[in-house]
Design a protein around this ligand. Structure first.
Ligand code: SAM
Length: 220
């Protein structure tokens, strides 16, 4: 049940400094520290670790529903932070159910990047409502993303790839990036080989389906 999660009532009630003990020290009040990148369903944290050196000034957080996995990611970030001063001090993980609690953690327009890498496919039609990209949740993702912010999805399941792309395409707050824009995005090369799932797919030489959408101003 969700009773085991500790969830802030509102974003400004959450003390991010605890998650980033080293980088957080210089922030005086709870809400000064602003996370910009969110990896939803981060698994073992591969993406956070991969992108941290490229974005030394951005705080990033992984959201992971499994307790042990989220603990592991926190420890992994802490250990890296100790051994590479100043490189991994802005990445961490929260155990939460992102499908329920995203607006508790992030204020309107706060985020510049939202990642959904190799999400659970939930193959059966009856379980499609459990998919992490779906119409009613897109409103929450649009709310948290700043105008111009980017939402990335990648999967090795073709049907899920089309599903995610279809849902995002019809939403008035999202506009798909052109192939050229995707190619020029420096984050994109990290999406396939960067995470544990991505590495598995790459090793098996499997196909992947990537889409990137920009948050545009819509009727919100
Ligand atoms: N993104 C990682 C990667 O590419 O290696 C992990 C992919 S794994 C297939 C999907 C992850 O999403 C799992 O670790 C799962 O526990 C997590 N997850 C599923 N539903 C979630 C939810 N509602 N909130 C947070 N995490 C969730």
């Amino acid at each position: 049940s969700d009773a085991q999660f500790s969830v802030p009532l509102r974003p400004d009630k959450y003390d991010w400094r605890i998650l980033y003990p080293s980088a957080g020290k210089s922030y005086r009040s709870l809400s000064d520290l602003q996370v910009k990148f969110v990896d939803v369903g981060c698994g073992f944290g591969g993406l956070l670790v991969k992108i941290a050196p490229a974005f030394p000034h951005h705080f990033a957080i992984g959201l992971e529903i499994r307790d042990k996995v989220s603990q592991y990611v926190k420890e992994r970030c802490k250990a890296l932070c100790q051994h590479h001063k100043g490189v991994y001090d802005k990445i961490s993980c929260i155990r939460t159910n992102s499908m329920k609690f995203l607006p508790n953690f992030f204020r309107k327009g706060q985020l510049s990047k939202l990642f959904f890498l190799f999400p659970d496919p939930h193959f059966k039609t009856a379980n499609h409502r459990r998919r992490i990209i779906q119409r009613n949740l897109l409103a929450e993702y649009a709310y948290a993303l700043q105008i111009g912010g980017l939402l990335y999805t990648i999967t090795d399941v073709e049907e899920l790839g089309s599903w995610m792309s279809d849902k995002l395409s019809v939403h008035p707050c999202f506009q798909q990036l052109s192939a050229e824009e995707v190619q020029n995005d420096p984050v994109v090369p990290n999406l396939c080989g960067g995470t544990e799932e991505g590495t598995k797919v790459k090793r098996n030489e499997g196909a992947t389906y990537l889409t990137v959408f920009r948050r545009v101003s819509g009727p919100m």
